[in-house]
Structure formats: C-alpha cells, structure tokens
Design a protein around this ligand. Structure first.
Ligand SMILES: [Zn+2]
Length: 209
C-alpha cells in the first residue's frame, strides 16, 4: 500500500501554561499538523495519546455546541498529570472532514430546522465522516510510538489507527459534561455514530427530574 510520506517536519520546545512540550510540526498531503510531546525520552509502548480533530469553533472560540475544546483541555491536562503522553492535532478535520464553511452551513440547518449533526451534513449532500487518521499514525511512528492508550470515546478512531499500524492497547474515556447546548450533538454521536458517552444519560436523567 502506497503511503503518503511526511513531506516536511520541524520541532522545538513549546512552553505552555500547563507545562513544556516538544512541538513537532509536520506536513502530509498539503495539510500541516502538530504533535505535542510531553515526557520521555522513551515513549514507545502504552503511550497516553489523544488524536484530536481540528475544530476552530470549539477549540479556539470555545463554542458550546460541541465538546471539542473541553476534550482538548482534558487531554492535555491528563498528559501533564500522568507526566508523559502525546497529543496529535490534525488539521483538515473540520466538521468530520467536510471543511469549515460546510460545517457552518450545517449549523444553520441544525439551528433553523432542528436537524442533527449527521442529517444536517447528508441533507447538503456531504459525507458524515471523511477524516483521515493516517497522518497521526505516521507521526506516532516517527516518534517511535508503537502502542497507545487512546483518549477517545470513538470506536472508529481506534479501528482507523490500528488499520494504519498503531496498536491501541486501551481506550481511555474522555468525558466532558453535557449541557443544554451540546446535549443534542452528544446524543447524536452516541446514538448514531456509536460513541461511548454515558454522561449524556446522567444529564438527561437530571433534566427529567
Ligand atoms: Zn467541535
């Protein structure tokens, strides 16, 4: 199988409010991504890893309609508290790969017609999920990481990483509390995409009381 190589790569220390990471910027297939590496030097087996899909509205502007920003925070906090781990931040993943403009277009349908995160995409003729996780596997291999404990609620992500040669020895749940703004999104991900999100029940039960 032909694999698109890492086209360019550079790294430096990155001091953040949480602590110091090794910032590894790399380009695959025209997209520039980043891996943040903490701890080491031997990060090869059972490494705590988050593969995070870019979400400008959630990650940067802290929108409450999805849980991306909170998941990003929780993953970095966990890496710091364990003392080592890797966060791979993948670009080109907006709206599960449809792009930023199309994602915002789906928000209109969600707000005005009550469509969920899947139906709002398909009704525009767009795919539900076209994210490519290969760049994450490539940079993990470059870093010498062979097996990971993956912080995710998404079984598809585990399958995708394994398909690209990274062994997932465990899944570490990354559960962000539900709220009035994200509960519809979380419910659709749980019921229609198979994500493991037990906190949605807790929120719904509390709301029923
Ligand atoms: Zn998001």
């Amino acid at each position: 199988m032909h694999e698109q190589a890492i086209e360019d790569i550079a790294e430096s220390d990155l001091v953040t409010r949480r602590g110091t990471f090794r910032a590894v910027a790399f380009r695959v297939d025209g997209h520039e991504h980043m891996a943040l590496v903490h701890g080491g030097p031997d990060l090869s087996e059972d490494v705590l890893v988050r593969v995070h899909s870019e979400c400008m509205t959630g990650d940067i502007f802290r929108a409450m309609r999805c849980e991306c920003g909170d998941q990003l925070d929780a993953a970095l906090d966990r890496i710091i508290s364990e003392g080592s781990g890797v966060l791979v931040y993948l670009r080109g993943h907006e709206g599960r790969g449809i792009g930023l403009v199309a994602k915002v277009r789906t928000h209109v349908l969600q707000d005005e017609q009550g469509l969920d995160t899947l139906d709002s995409a398909t009704s525009l003729g767009l795919p539900v999920d076209v994210r490519d996780y290969r760049p994450a596997a490539q940079v993990l291999r470059h870093l010498g990481v062979r097996s990971v404990r993956l912080m995710s609620n998404n079984p598809d992500k585990i399958e995708a990483l394994e398909r690209h040669g990274i062994t997932v020895v465990a899944r570490v749940p990354l559960l962000v509390p539900a709220n009035d703004h994200n509960v519809g999104y979380l419910t659709a991900k749980r019921d229609r995409l198979g994500h493991d999100l037990p906190q949605v029940d807790l929120f719904s039960n509390a709301a029923d009381r």
